[in-house]
Design a protein around this ligand. Structure first.
Ligand code: GLS
Length: 826
């Protein structure tokens, strides 16, 4: 139960009583679901409940729309291929302030709110941090009354459901829409046609001007589905508009009548495939035609929608930048840049120079990576075939841009070649990050260190040419979902200590600092943490059949499985403890009871990541049954880590593992959620860890590992992982134990793929950071033994990480990039 009290129904357009809520619920059940209470299935109950709650947001939503339209103020259009929303019902209850009323109404009918809520299937329309960030940002935009719309794709299948078969990852489809979504509003009447293929041709228009047009080869319909995005503590309810693909001509009756049923619906299948499934890739793009189609599909629909539906009729598009800023969430939507050029030049007859000036003022670009392999490129061949006019436009942009470079750096032909949008090797391809950088007003990284590395390394030539284009906006997370909702115990404790208001003004958590010195507050804080562990233990027993002790240190590493994030390093620590116990170097009774929890999906085509998952499960199987370690060390690896699980797990954590190789994690946002919920971080100076470390202070953070410049030095000097292995007894012990078959029924080759890479290449310097990590873990053990000091540190982590509210991120975007203003609904 959440009792964050401040968001009462005062923002609701029609305040609900238990009676009115109950009668609406029963009405929904009867007249929308078509069932009697006595016959309702759990899904009927969920659908009716969701529609009941939704009903209390709609008036505000429509008022928001009319307010924003009437004011004609500048809007933010967030273009993102992913929105990892998480469960909708609890957030809607929080925003409307209806949680208590709903609970009481249902109870009066003999129903349980939590039980009904638990049947919700979360929309997994994102892979990880990038998609979750987009979801946090639209929450903050709504809360801060900013006219904003999120544009994306309504994937029919979300991110795959992970299961383990013999410890190995298997992927199941996620048909999240199979029972329908009560949160969406379909508008087939507002569908937009999106074209592909075809060719371009020159022609002379009526005024005698030479022009170009794109003759599209085929078309699909983009059907918008609207979702409400309720702000917290405000009447403002923004819109998330997700596009679904439909065939223009679903069905060819002539072919059908001739008997070829499959051919008759082929067009439908081809069209609808576009929004069928989200690509399960995180940080590495897959050069798939369908993916480029998805990108153009949602971006073209979104631009057309904004221009034709949101802007007043006849609006002068040379002023579009005064009315909207299109934020490019990574490179996925970057094809929007040539698309706007095409609209302005080809469709509206605006001259190229003016159009280019306007386009650059309209877009801004956020880069979310540092991995060179994650910078998307599309082959010239594919782009030219799928979007011939866009390729021409890109070539022209490039030509003019290179002329500018040559003028700025006469004679520096190498530089011009480096900066060209078109790469020549290994194949001719369009570098989307370069196109984004050239076509945007501002380019931002997502943490201080990341933005610095963008300037100094990844986009160095561009930052030399246009230093003032570059800025930083450190990521943030919504305190609504990740504190108020997910950790009601802590939320109440905070409110009791410092009063209301912090949910919308998270820096106020600073006022908690003196409470860290108060023994009775610390004891209440520990009680909350203990209750959160109990709650998690219960959930995981039910969900996964995993039995866990509640009275242990919860050491948690949850994030996508990626070599650079170094789940291997965490695993080597566990294996080291086991190995040392086996050798008699360490008494098991000296180990602080710990539950090491992993949660991680691997991209289905990422072999190394999948092998590491198998290895973690193999180690877990042995360690969890080793008689020596009973009650001391246990690994929990629940399958299918998602937002729903995160909301239960993060509040239970004591130790947050943020151990990526310095210079690889752009920001991280899990790191923020853990600190905000009172976990201490063990981490490297990478991504936003750096800022967390600076804010919470060295005393309250377990820092270890090479820094980014040190990493560069080690690599430049010719890194030899084998030397670390040979030179470190406990590291050698751990690796040898794996190689001996101890975790694979004696099979010495089972993990050869992982181990030979580690000893031969180790691209992410796991072995180089091993000893520092194990030493830092020893410090964790000592620190945890002093529970008073530990809770003091944990409370200070909460008090000092208010900076990481996504409200602050959005304020930074507004001040540094967007310059849009709040338009509160009266
Ligand atoms: C990511 C980065 O890897 C994360 O470090 C970052 O926190 C996130 C949001 O900015 O973006 N980039 C990516 O492709 N997936 C991510 O999670």
């Amino acid at each position: 139960m959440h009792t964050v009290t401040e968001n009462t129904q005062r923002f609701s357009s029609s305040p609900a009583t238990v009676e009115s809520f109950t009668s609406e619920f029963v009405r929904q059940l009867r007249y929308e679901q078509g069932v009697d209470l006595g016959f309702a299935s759990s899904d009927d109950l969920y659908q009716a409940l969701a529609r009941t709650v939704r009903r209390y947001m709609i008036d505000n939503w429509l008022d928001t729309l009319s307010t924003q339209t009437a004011k004609g103020a500048k809007a933010v259009a967030y273009l993102s291929a992913e929105y990892l929303m998480g469960p909708q019902l609890p957030n809607a209850l929080l925003a409307t302030g209806l949680a208590e009323v709903a609970r009481d109404s249902l109870a009066a009918l003999g129903l349980d709110l939590d039980e009904i809520g638990a049947t919700e299937v979360e929309p997994g329309l994102g892979n990880g941090g990038l998609g979750r960030l987009a979801a946090c940002f639209i929450d903050s935009l709504a809360t801060m009354d900013i006219p904003a719309v999120g544009y994306g794709i309504r994937y029919e299948y979300g991110i795959f459901r992970q299961t383990f078969v013999d410890g190995r990852q298997a992927e199941q489809p996620d048909p999240w829409l199979s029972k329908g979504s009560p949160w969406e509003f379909a508008h087939p009447d507002m569908a937009v046609e999106v074209g592909f293929h075809g060719h371009t041709e020159r022609y002379t228009d009526a005024a005698g001007v030479e022009r170009t047009r794109w003759v599209r080869g085929d078309c699909v319909l983009a059907v918008p589905y609207n979702y409400m995005v309720p702000g917290y503590g405000t009447k403002n309810v923004n819109t998330l508009r997700l596009w679904s693909a439909k065939a223009t001509n679903a069905f060819d009756l002539q072919i059908f009548n001739a008997g070829d049923y499959e051919a008759a619906v082929r067009a439908q299948t081809v069209a609808e495939n576009i929004s069928k499934v989200i690509y399960p890739e995180d940080s590495t793009p897959q050069g798939k035609e369908l993916r480029l189609k998805q990108q153009y599909f949602f971006v073209a629909a979104s631009l057309a929608d904004f221009i034709n539906q949101t802007l007043p009729q006849g609006f002068d598009l040379t002023k579009i930048h005064e009315r909207v800023t299109f934020q490019l969430n990574d490179t996925h939507p970057v094809i929007a840049i040539p698309e706007l050029m095409r609209i302005l030049v080809d469709e509206r007859g605006i001259d190229w120079a003016t159009a280019w000036d306007v386009t650059r003022k309209t877009f801004n670009y956020t880069c979310h990576t540092l991995l060179p392999e994650a910078l998307e490129v599309w082959s010239v061949e594919l782009l030219g075939r799928l979007l011939p006019r866009h390729l021409e436009i890109i070539f022209q942009i490039n030509e003019e841009f290179l002329a500018e470079v040559r003028k700025a750096y006469p004679g520096d032909e190498l530089r011009a070649r480096r900066m060209s949008i078109i790469q020549e090797q290994p194949e001719r391809a369009v570098r989307m990050a370069f196109l984004a950088s050239i076509g945007s007003s501002k380019i931002n990284g997502v943490a201080e260190l990341h933005s610095q590395l963008l300037r100094d390394k990844v986009l160095n030539d561009f930052s030399e040419l246009w230093p003032s284009k570059f800025t930083n906006v450190t990521n943030g997370v919504t305190p609504r979902r990740f504190l108020a909702l997910s950790n009601p115990g802590l939320a109440n404790l905070i409110t009791e200590a410092i009063g209301e208001g912090w949910v919308k003004d998270l820096e106020r958590l600073r006022e908690l600092e003196p409470f860290a010195e108060d023994a009775s507050f610390r004891s209440e804080f520990r009680a909350v943490k203990a209750a959160n562990k109990e709650r998690f233990v219960e959930l995981i027993a039910q969900r996964d059949g995993i039995e866990l002790p509640a009275d242990a240190m919860y050491d948690v590493m949850v994030k996508r499985l990626h070599e650079y994030k170094r789940q291997m390093l965490k695993l080597l620590h566990v294996v080291t403890l086991y190995d040392r116990v086996l050798r008699g170097e360490l008494r098991a009774s000296d180990i602080t009871p710990r539950v090491v929890t992993f949660g991680a999906k691997a991209a289905p085509g990422y072999k190394m990541a999948k092998e590491i998952i198998a290895l973690i499960n193999a180690v877990a199987k042995v360690v969890n049954h080793a008689p020596e370690l009973q009650g001391r060390l246990q690994i929990a690896f629940p399958a299918n880590y998602n937002v729903t699980l995160a909301e239960k797990l993060i509040p239970a954590a004591d130790l947050s593992e943020q151990i990526s190789l310095a210079g690889k994690e752009a920001s991280g946002t899990g790191n923020m959620k853990f600190a905000l919920n009172g976990a201490l971080t063990i981490g490297t100076l990478d991504g936003a860890n750096v800022e967390i470390y600076d804010l919470v202070g060295d005393e309250h953070f377990f820092l270890f590992g090479l820094t980014e410049p040190q990493v560069a030095d080690v690599v430049d000097a010719g890194y030899k992982p084998g030397a670390y292995y040979e030179g470190n007894r406990s590291l050698k012990g751990a690796i040898d134990l794996i190689a001996s078959g101890a975790f694979s029924n004696g099979d010495r080759n089972a993990f050869e793929f992982v181990l030979s890479d580690l000893l031969g290449k180790d691209r992410f310097l796991v072995l180089a950071d091993y000893q520092a990590y194990v030493d830092a873990q020893d410090k964790v053990e000592v620190a945890y033994a002093d529970q008073e000091a530990w809770s003091r540190s944990a409370i200070l982590n909460v008090a000092r990480t208010g900076f990481f509210s996504s409200d602050r991120s959005i304020q930074d975007y507004l001040d540094r990039i967007w310059h849009a203003k709040p338009q509160p609904v009266r």
